[in-house]
Design a protein around this ligand. Structure first.
Ligand code: ZN
Length: 106
């Protein structure tokens, strides 16, 4: 089952925008980035689909960590994100559809 990703997500009282960015890998060696100040989630455009999906879940957990002051390190966020993706994608057959997510131009 395909689930169309939305360009904006309401998280608590905050609204985060999701976009693809071709340069974050080159500029910052990142696959994904979340900015709480800018309320943005950026995912590397050219990442393989499975990596994009896992990174999006990772960044959403980062938002929860920030909002609720959860104590969890980045490696554990990766493991939790991988586990959530395994459940959603391998067991429930959910696929994220990125077609409506804008591409940042810079
Ligand atoms: Zn992280």
């Amino acid at each position: 089952m395909k689930v169309k990703l939305l360009p904006k997500y309401r998280m608590g009282i905050h609204t985060y925008s999701l976009s693809l960015d071709r340069n974050i890998r080159i500029d910052d060696a990142d696959i994904g980035q979340v900015s709480h100040r800018g309320q943005t989630i950026k995912i590397w455009t050219d990442a393989p689909l499975s990596m994009k999906n896992e990174t999006l879940v990772h960044e959403v957990i980062e938002i929860g960590k920030f909002m609720y002051r959860v104590q969890i390190d980045d490696a554990d966020i990766d493991r939790v994100a991988e586990c959530v993706c395994e459940f959603l994608m391998n067991n429930l057959g959910i696929e994220f559809d990125w077609s409506d997510i804008p591409q940042d131009i810079k």
